[in-house]
Design a protein around this ligand. Structure first.
Ligand code: HAM
Length: 447
């Protein structure tokens, strides 16, 4: 007997998403598209592969992402390329490259897709993970900041999340931040020798990054460092106050968190994160903020911007957790059932059976049909295993009369329906029962 080849496994930190879990992913993505479109955001798709310099310049050469986590390699023509660790830099690059700034007004763009960071994998943290994000380019108005947060909260509500916290901060701008960095560097002078090696280095090169440190022993030291909110310039202070007022007007609760400087260098003014207790240690569901100088850093014209990225892996975990704890109806997360299974008996019935399946599918109904000849009992067994709402039985008698048997799989009741009327009959019965059936019309978000 020949030896079986060694199976090949997925790369560490990456994973396969299988049905029925993919159903939750689709629900979340459909919800995002619906809500984002309501706010007039349009989709952008940028490449997964970018020049390394894009991230070094925008995310920052001293950040954990750039120094430790990027998948960077030299291409065959010796160019350094990187699998994108985030998408904001790519969106701004595309905005500049395609001259979108030449069109008047603001640009509202959203995206979803895989990102890559070589972190230590654990629950909610992967090396290939997915983000759903949105960016607004072309305005620094504080009402935009509040509107972006309003949209985010509507989306979280729509996917069934209730318990989360919005953390908010302002990190100042290129004018006022250098002064704060000086104060911070001074304060770090006397304590840095007691901190982790990364903080010792950052205290010199980029003191703001000390505030992102995750090392437990450093936390009490970091808690005593001066707050950026005490060092905002008058314009940044005014901007932040107006953001807070806009949030209050919209009834959006928040917690001001002066240490929230976020792990990327491009931020200015508003920064935020939403955390969820359902997530455990990796509790940041999403993060975002303003990046008013990023376009210039990437060689573009001034184009203030703000956006966020939701960790989709974490969002799905939190949504499923919320459903389990009855925050949201559990049924919502189950894979939707099949509308019908077509069971045919005897060779002459196969043609009409596949013709019926084709007609129903063209009407948007989800239908399965087996092509191996089987006994009725086995076909009904398959229908039930697939969770079909109805089985349609076609044998010699049905072929002769043109009226097929439609069996309700939940009650066992059976009715004869004229072949041409089956699609409308099924739709009517499904609507009556309020059952959730896979149907492509239902994928278009409702009101
Ligand atoms: P970020 O905070 O680096 O921000 O990432 C946003 C979210 O992505 C995190 O809150 C988390 O939910 C998820 N995430 C990050 N790393 C991982 C991982 N290894 N595994 C699973 N999930 C992860 C950004 O990426 C910015 N581009 C956000 C932004 C958009 N700022 C302005 N516009």
């Amino acid at each position: 007997m020949s030896k079986r080849a060694e199976p090949i496994r997925a790369v560490k930190g990456t994973r396969d998403l299988l049905p029925p879990e993919t159903w939750s992913w689709q629900k979340v993505e459909d919800g995002a598209r619906g809500v984002f479109q309501a706010y007039n955001f349009r989709e952008v798709r940028t490449p997964i592969l970018e020049r390394t310099e894009l991230f070094a310049r925008s995310v920052g050469a001293d950040t954990d992402i750039v120094t430790k986590e990027m998948y960077t390699f030299e291409d065959r023509d010796h160019e350094s390329l990187t699998l994108r660790p985030e998408a904001t830099a790519s969106v701004v690059r595309a905005y500049i490259e395609h001259g979108l700034f030449n069109e008047r007004g603001i640009h509202k763009l959203y995206y979803m897709g895989p990102m890559f960071r070589r972190e230590r994998p654990q629950k909610g943290r992967y090396r290939q993970f997915y983000q759903i994000g949105a960016e607004v380019l072309g305005s620094d108005h504080p009402a935009i900041d509040a509107e972006v947060l309003e949209m985010l909260l509507l989306f979280l509500e729509r996917v069934g999340l209730r318990s989360f916290t919005l953390l908010l901060n302002s990190v100042g701008c290129a004018k006022c931040r250098p002064e704060y960095v000086k104060v911070l560097r001074r304060a770090l002078g006397s304590v840095k020798s007691t901190m982790c090696v990364d903080c010792q280095r950052r205290a010199e090169s980029n003191p703001l990054r000390v505030l992102d440190c995750k090392v437990e022993a450093d936390q009490p030291i970091i808690a005593k460092l001066p707050s950026i909110l005490d060092h905002l310039g008058p314009e940044c202070r005014q901007h932040f106050d107006r953001v807070l007022a806009e949030l209050k007007q919209r009834g959006i609760p928040y917690e001001i968190t002066p240490r929230l400087v976020r792990g990327l260098d491009y931020y200015t003014r508003t920064t935020f994160e939403i955390t969820s207790s359902a997530l455990g240690a990796q509790n940041a569901l999403l993060g975002g903020g303003r990046y008013d100088g990023l376009s210039e850093m990437l060689g573009g014209p001034p184009a203030p911007g703000i956006g966020f990225s939701i960790g989709e892996d974490r969002l799905v975990l939190a949504v499923e957790e919320a459903a389990r704890s009855k925050e949201a109806p559990t049924q919502e997360l189950k894979d939707a059932a099949l509308a019908a299974y077509v069971a045919w008996l005897g060779d002459p019935a196969l043609g009409p059976a596949s013709e019926l399946a084709r007609r129903l599918r063209r009407q948007g109904l989800s239908v399965e049909i087996g092509y191996e000849p089987t006994k009725l009992k086995k076909s009904l067994g398959a229908a039930s295993k697939l969770g079909a709402r109805f089985a349609i039985i076609i044998g010699d008698g049905e072929l002769a009369s043109g009226r097929y048997q439609v069996k309700d799989m939940s009650t066992g009741g059976q009715e004869e329906v004229e072949s041409a009327r089956i699609a409308s009959y099924l739709k009517g019965r499904i609507q009556e029962s309020g059952a959730r059936i896979q149907h492509y019309e239902t994928l278009i978000p409702g009101p």
